[in-house]
Design a binder for this molecule. Structure first.
Ligand code: IMP
Ligand code: MG
Length: 181
């Protein structure tokens, strides 16, 4: 029987590395938002695990909400056509919003989400992404909080999927090219 682990060429970040970095980010955000009650919006599905760990390392009062989007495209590239699958429930007018994403690739999804949220007149919108592929997007895309910068490899695990699978891997690994080619 094949295991998920056999489909991974290399572990990029193990559980301890993810835990340590997530804790740092949580502490930083707690400090930056001291005295405020931000709304953290996790982007489903990929961001659910990071979101759960991030907020447990924050010690300021906050609200949590989720949004689901789908960017049309198949396999390992997104087409850029973004659609909202699940909208937010919290009224974010006048609120400080932090969008929590799994990974920024082309940047199209996060641009769309930010523009969409801005129309609800929040006081501020910042972005916290566990992973960032800086080579894949324009330099003018500012991500406020980044866990790790990575290259252009396709990664899975810790919430990130390929074709719906691998989200439950406890680490982040590079998927074997033979799986998607
Ligand atoms: P973007 O709109 O090109 O920035 O794509 C962002 C979305 O594509 C992420 O939220 C992921 O769902 C997906 N994605 C991009 N790169 C990867 C990857 O390496 N592994 C898994 N999903 C990815
Ligand atoms: Mg995503």
């Amino acid at each position: 029987m094949s295991t998920m682990h056999e489909d991974i060429t290399a572990v990029l970040f193990d559980e301890d590395q993810i835990k340590a970095r997530t804790r740092d980010l949580g502490h930083r955000i707690s400090k930056d938002y001291e005295g405020k009650v931000p709304v953290l919006i996790g982007i489903l599905k990929g961001g659910f695990m990071f979101m759960a760990d991030l907020i447990r390392s924050m010690d300021i009062p906050m609200e949590v909400d989720f949004m689901a989007i789908s960017s049309y495209g198949s396999g390992v590239t997104s087409s850029g056509a973004v659609k909202i699958r699940k909208d937010i429930d919290v009224n974010i007018e006048g609120r400080h919003v932090i969008v929590v994403e799994d990974i920024i690739d082309s940047g199209l999804s996060i641009r769309y989400i930010r523009d969409y949220l801005m129309r609800h007149k929040p006081s501020s919108v910042k972005v916290c992404a566990l992973l960032n592929k800086p080579k894949a997007h324009a330099k003018d895309l500012n991500i406020d909080y980044v866990g790790f910068d990575i290259g252009n490899e396709f990664v899975v695990g810790y919430g990130l999927d390929y074709d719906g699978l691998y989200r439950n891997l406890p680490y982040i690994g590079i998927l074997k090219e033979s799986i998607y080619t």
